[in-house]
Every structure is written in C-alpha cells, then in structure tokens.
Design a protein around this ligand. Structure first.
Ligand code: PPS
Length: 340
C-alpha cells in the first residue's frame, strides 16, 4: 500500500477543482463578522468552502484509503458527530469505557479534517506531534498529521469527517461501514453559530442573523447543508450506510443504539446498550470533556444538546426566511426532519 507521504509527493488527480475564493467575496465574509476567513479555498463545480490547507491536501483526502474494518462517522458539522462517534466507540469497546477517562476522544477517533482545519504544530511540546514523529518517522507534517497517523494505525479504526461523499474515495461505501447523522438545519445552524463564536480563534464575531445568512448562502466552512445531506440521502439503502437522526437519538437512544449495534454487527444486550447510552449521555460527555480535553479550543462545546433551541435564535422575519429556504431546498428530498 502506498503511504500518504508518497501519494501527496505526487498528488493523484481529482475529479473536481480547488480554487481560491476571490477577494471581494472574502471581504463580504469579513464584513459579516467571519474574522478568520481572511483566506479560503473552494471546490468546483460543487462548492464547499475550506481553509487554505485543503488545497494542498484535497488529493490526500480524496484518495485516503479506507479499510473494510473501518467505521466512518460522516456528518455535516454540528449534527451530532461527537455523540455519534462516542456511541460507536463505546459500542465497539464496552469493556474498556474507563479508557475514555484517560484518553481524549481525539486520540480514540481519527478526525482527519483537523489537518485542514487546525494543522498540527510541529513543536516538541505538542503531544500529537510527538505521537506523529514516533508513528511516522518518515512523515512530513504538511502532508497531514491525522491522515498519516490514521494510515499508520493497524486498525480497526473509527474515522470521523465532515467531508462530503463526493470529496472522498468513490468506493468508500463499498469498502467499509459509514454512519451518517442528520440534524435539522435550524438547530445545526444555531449550533454552528455558537461553535464559530465561542472558539478561541474568533472565527465569527457578529449576530446570529448574519451567520444564518452565510449559512443559507452556503458560504461557510463545508458549504451547503443541503448538498451534504442530499448526497447521503441519495445513498440511503446501501448495505454499508446507516443514517441516524439527532432528534431520534434524543427521543429514543436505546432504540437507536439497538439499530446502530445491529448495523455494526455487534451483539450487545440491553444492559450493555444502557451502559453505552449513559457513557455517551450529554452530561457524561460534557463532564468528561472538561476533565480530559482541557486544551480544547471551543468554549462550551457541549453547549445545550437540545432539539428546538433554534426557537431562541431564529425569530420573526429570520425564521420565516429560514422556513422559505428549507422549503426551496428540501423540495424533492423526503428527509423526515423533526424540529421539536
Ligand atoms: S462538530 O464540532 O461538528 O464535531 O460538532 P458535533 O459534535 O457534530 O455537534 C455538536 C452539537 O452536538 C451536541 N452534543 C450532544 N447532544 C446530545 N447528546 C450528546 N451526548 C451530545 N454531544 C454533543 C453539542 O452540545 C452540540 O449541540 P448544541 O446545540 O450546540 O449544544
């Protein structure tokens, strides 16, 4: 198997292009309050917006080799990625849940997008970098630390990503199991707004209304919510794809876990499912996060964890505009969204 380093040294071709976002558009984002969007790239013809490092890594992401024993958690941002991946990890490791008290989820699940979102600093005091040097002595940081750590791992791996299906290997679903979680677009937007406003990099400083405009205009990182969920929904029914809904997980975690365990072909009894559900409950994950992920850059990452919080943010005209946007975009997509 060729290593990621070899591949990125001579990037394999892509069926899409990556271009710089023009300056006038960047200026519009800056004016809206996206203080960190000083430089962006986007894919073409189906736009998805990314940080500049994506241009260098697009080929490594697209050609990343998945393996039959991988489980991939694939989501649009803020749709319940962390919850889903913790459930998958706990279902796979019911006898080792105590490990989560010592090892942060970022070291149990490979979040490959990090190489583009927040590339690892090559510094001796950085534990991820030290792990990288030990596991990939020939590796180059600029080729993606998470990508190479994942490639070097013997498996089985749990990999999470927000990259859309068209930006990953086209044989992904024929190779391994994929869990795709959908959250209703209004709560996703509100959660994304808080995420962007509450991080130490000050990605966004502005009102929710401005954020929502950019979200509905598809101009935020990862681009269109609709394109993302549509690509997953189109693949529904594939034997290796399991679609979950955040709202259903909130309503009946036991039933959702039973379905997930069946999909993953894991034989778990009711007591085990209950233990997994408790392990990954909002309160458990939030308090563990505060104990274990002390250097996390997002304040209040486990914020509310509710269905319907959009009602506190999207009011009046803005809510009507969001409803119209949902009507326009969900036309022809029969996704059974729940908003409360
Ligand atoms: S990210 O940054 O894209 O990976 O974020 P993601 O994990 O997809 O979504 C974060 C939101 O999910 C909520 N969350 C949970 N809700 C219920 N139960 C559990 N266990 C749980 N874990 C995370 C988290 O609070 C974010 O939603 P909001 O609405 O902002 O609270």
């Amino acid at each position: 198997m060729a290593s990621i380093t070899e591949r990125t040294a001579a990037p394999l071709p892509l069926p899409f292009e990556v271009e710089d976002v023009p300056e006038d558009e960047i200026k519009r984002y800056l004016d809206l309050g996206f203080e960190e969007y000083t430089q962006l790239v986007r894919t073409k013809p189906i736009p998805s917006y990314f940080r500049p490092a994506y241009a260098r890594l697009a080929s490594a992401f697209y050609h990343f080799e998945f393996r039959p024993d991988d489980i991939v958690v694939l989501t649009y941002p803020k749709s319940g990625t962390s919850w889903t991946s913790e459930l998958v990890w706990a279902l796979k490791n019911p006898g080792a849940l105590h490990l989560a008290e010592e090892v942060p989820s970022s070291d149990r699940v490979f979040f490959i997008d990090m190489d583009m979102l927040r590339p690892t600093r090559a510094a001796e005091d950085n534990p991820v970098y030290r792990r990288f040097v030990a596991a990939c002595p020939e590796g180059r940081v600029e080729d993606g630390v998470q990508l190479q750590l994942a490639a070097a791992h013997k498996g089985p791996r749990i990999i999470k990503t927000h990259l859309r299906f068209d930006l990953l290997r086209q044989d992904l679903l024929d190779t391994c199991k994929v869990v795709y979680t959908i959250r209703n677009p209004k709560d996703t937007c509100v959660s994304y707004f808080h995420h962007s406003s509450n991080n130490k990099w000050h990605a966004f400083k502005g009102e929710f209304a401005h954020f929502a405009e950019a979200f509905m205009g598809n101009g935020i990182l990862y681009g269109s919510y609709w394109e993302h969920v549509r690509q997953a929904w189109q693949r529904k029914g594939h034997r290796n794809l399991h679609v979950m809904f955040y709202e259903n997980m909130k309503a009946d975690i036991h039933g959702e876990l039973r379905n997930l365990a069946n999909f993953l072909q894991l034989d778990r009894d009711d007591d085990q499912l209950k233990t997994v559900a408790d392990h990954a409950s909002f309160d458990s994950m939030r308090s563990r996060h505060e104990r274990v992920n002390v250097n996390h850059g997002i304040r209040n990452f486990f914020r509310k964890g509710q269905v319907g919080d959009w009602k506190n943010a999207a009011t009046g005209d803005l809510n009507e505009r969001m409803d119209a946007w949902i009507r326009e975009n969900s036309h022809g997509i029969d996704i059974p969204f729940r908003y409360d």
